[in-house]
Design a protein around this ligand. Structure first.
Ligand SMILES: [Mn+2]
Length: 315
């Protein structure tokens, strides 16, 4: 099984590279197959036809919507200003249009501002339904019809940051929301660090989402769990990373593996390549042990056998 990979534009852009420069870097990187943009951030001041020309052989996975600016701070889908809330939804529709133009597949929604900080600050049921209704509207716009490609709408949860509490804060809550929205093109993107922050077991999360056919995307990285560390995949929790890849293969994950990492002090080209290399290496370790052998150990539920499996992998 070979995986498809994409890197984070801002790893380059935050170091004064342009989006065009970053595309050139990705084109020359071993293993990158797709591009993954933020909307509108990576299109403002850029020509979409030039982006298409530059990307060469690379595919486009999709776009993540970013609602930035003071108007959105009180909420995205839960914003009580009707004009701002309409703008939140309109930006999702625009992202779907651009995604179609680039022949992408997925628009990712991280509900950055849909949360609360204070007690008595959120009417929880009202907010919950605002999110359901808003995402339904986006999903219906993105549904395939009259020759238009269906675009998947993928919800990425994060337990906290920017708000102290996010409305959609865990794998379980995300799956519940997906079920309430009840649209076939709505699923989720799971971010490894966000799962660690919630003390959600990453592999449990992908199993829950994948067995329902709702695993639309991955944000791979690593960290210690108390913040969104954005470190290189497998660098802190290699065994959790191995387990994760085992489950991706068990469910034949065919989406893109996007590395959502923050090379603040590292060279972004080398750091992205290091993520791909780590993913490939850990994938090869899963092969070395074998899917059947790993399944046997899982069925034994024996901690000592698990420890032996880990030592075999490290041999
Ligand atoms: Mn992410």
């Amino acid at each position: 099984m070979s995986f498809k990979y994409a890197g984070r534009f801002n790893s380059f852009v935050f170091k004064n590279a342009t989006v065009y420069d970053a595309i050139d870097s990705y084109r020359n990187m071993k293993g990158i197959t797709h591009l993954e943009f933020n909307y509108p951030e990576h299109f403002t001041g850029y020509d979409i036809d030039e982006i298409i020309r530059r990307k060469g052989h690379l595919g486009v996975n999709g776009l993540a919507v970013r609602w930035r600016g003071a108007d959105f701070k009180p909420g995205d889908f839960t914003n009580e200003n009707p004009e701002t809330r309409a703008r939140v939804i309109a930006m999702c529709h625009e992202a779907v249009d651009v995604c179609r133009k680039l022949d992408g597949s997925v628009v990712t929604l991280w509900l950055e501002n849909d949360g609360f900080d204070y007690p008595f600050q959120m009417d929880y049921a009202r907010g919950w339904h605002q999110i359901i209704d808003g995402i339904r509207e986006v999903a219906d716009y993105a549904a395939g019809s009259s020759g238009k490609k269906e675009i998947k709408i993928s919800i990425e949860y994060k337990p906290y940051e920017e708000r102290n509490f996010a409305m959609v804060d865990s794998t379980g809550m995300t799956m519940y929301l997906i079920s309430e929205i009840d649209r076939k093109n709505v699923g989720c993107t799971l971010d490894f660090c966000h799962m660690l922050m919630k003390h959600d077991n990453p592999s449990f999360g992908i199993a829950l989402a994948a067995e329902k056919g709702k695993l639309f995307g991955l944000h791979m990285n690593d960290g210690y769990g108390w913040q969104d560390s954005g470190m290189i995949f497998g660098s802190v929790n290699p065994v959790l990373a191995m387990e994760f890849i085992y489950y991706l293969r068990l469910y034949n994950y065919d989406g893109v593996v996007f590395f959502d990492t923050f090379p603040i002090r590292e060279d972004p080209f080398k750091e992205t390549q290091a993520n791909i290399d780590a993913f490939e290496k850990i994938n090869a370790l899963v092969d070395k042990i074998g899917m059947d052998e790993i399944a046997k150990v899982i069925r034994s539920k024996d901690g000592v056998k698990v420890s032996g499996l880990m030592l075999d992998m490290l041999k």
